[in-house]
Design a protein around this ligand. Structure first.
Ligand code: UDP
Ligand code: MG
Length: 333
């Protein structure tokens, strides 16, 4: 067709987008999330920013509520909806990775189901991508929507990460757009303990940051229990840095040196004849060193358990079912 209109030509060349959304017991938010994202896909396709074959790829991470039923029905109604059902709950990072691995689009965006990540920002991210960025990070502007109990540890955590030399984009969670090249690079990472926001900066490629205001969770409760959050935080450090192991060695040196100092001090007291036959001078260092030893063993244990898990190479997720968007989707619409 030589008489193709320039605008139509642009639409014909528009890249496909796949939005990956991990869901764990999200039946309360999904109706709203789905309708907003469908509208967004319509609008973006109309504007020529993305191709009409773009999809929404929901990952059901072993939900116990009606999440899967809702998603399956949505997939029969709208051929752009893809549903990847995992055989059980594998956790947010694994579920997200599973979704990413199943995307076939030119650009893949990841976001939470709860509408905390503003879907309207996706348009800005696509613009950044069009200008050449292969990784576009969504970074929240303020954290005041998070409760203090989450905000303060988060700040402290970022500081620790920086201290041990881990490069991470502050206030960026898992709201990001990846070009096919960047996604393929990310999918090469073999590790079992996933901490995607630490891994993505390692793949390189030109990147951009797009700021957004993080909203309140639209409905439902957070699916990150304190235990899951702590595990993610620990993974973030121990999967990317051996600094705690070095710290232990230094701690050992420090304790030994102070023990020598203590011995000299005890000797002086003795020589001066002031020695009081107390047990404190024996018991206190005993407990102190005992504590340090337990702590050190604990840190070594954490790394050892990681090596153990990595050496088993267990699958990071298991797929139970996958409803892929029909290739005839475009004609249907
Ligand atoms: N999620 C998941 N598996 C889990 C926990 C969470 O797929 O085991 C999903 C959840 O449905 C949501 C996203 O991960 O789409 C982020 O979770 P949430 O919003 O509860 O975390 P928060 O924003 O409170 O840190
Ligand atoms: Mg959330």
């Amino acid at each position: 067709m030589s008489s193709i209109h320039p605008q139509n030509e642009e639409i014909a060349n528009a890249p496909t987008l796949s939005i990956v959304i991990p869901c764990y017991d999200e039946e309360l938010v999904l109706p709203e999330t789905l309708s907003r994202l469908r509208t967004l896909l319509d609008d973006l396709a109309e504007e020529g920013a993305i191709a009409a074959e773009s999809t929404l790829l929901f990952v059901d991470d072993g939900s116990k509520d009606d999440t899967y039923r809702f998603l399956s029905e949505a997939a029969t109604e709208d051929c752009r909806v893809e549903v990847l059902k995992l055989s059980r709950n594998f956790g947010h990072q694994n579920a997200l990775f599973a979704g990413l691995a199943h995307s076939r689009a030119d650009f893949t965006l990841s976001m939470d189901a709860d509408l905390q990540d503003d879907p309207a920002v996706i348009r800005d991210m696509l613009v950044a991508a069009k200008e050449g960025a292969k990784v576009v990070y969504g970074v929240r502007r303020r954290r005041d929507k998070d409760r203090l109990i989450k905000r303060v540890p988060a700040r402290l955590y970022y500081r620790i990460l920086r201290l041990v030399g881990i490069e991470i984009i502050e206030d960026h969670a898992d709201f990001r757009l990846l070009h096919r090249d960047a996604l393929n690079a990310l999918l090469q990472f073999d590790e079992v303990h996933l901490f995607l926001r630490g891994m993505v900066p390692l793949i390189g490629f030109p990147s951009r940051i797009v700021h957004y205001d993080r909203a309140e969770r639209f409905a439902g409760e957070t699916k990150y229990s304190p235990r899951k959050m702590l595990r993610l935080a620990l993974d973030g450090i121990t999967s990317f840095s051996a600094a705690p192991l070095h710290l232990i060695a230094w701690l050992g040196v420090l304790v030994s040196l102070s023990a020598i100092g203590l011995a000299i001090w005890a000797l002086i007291i003795r020589l001066l004849g002031h020695a009081i036959p107390g047990w404190a001078s024996i018991v206190v260092p005993l407990y102190f060193i005992g504590g340090i030893q337990l702590l050190s063993l604990g840190v070594i244990g954490i790394y050892l358990s990681k090596i153990y898990a990595e050496s088993k190479k267990r699958p990071r997720y298991i797929v139970e079912a996958f409803t892929r968007a029909e290739s005839s989707c475009r004609e249907q619409r």
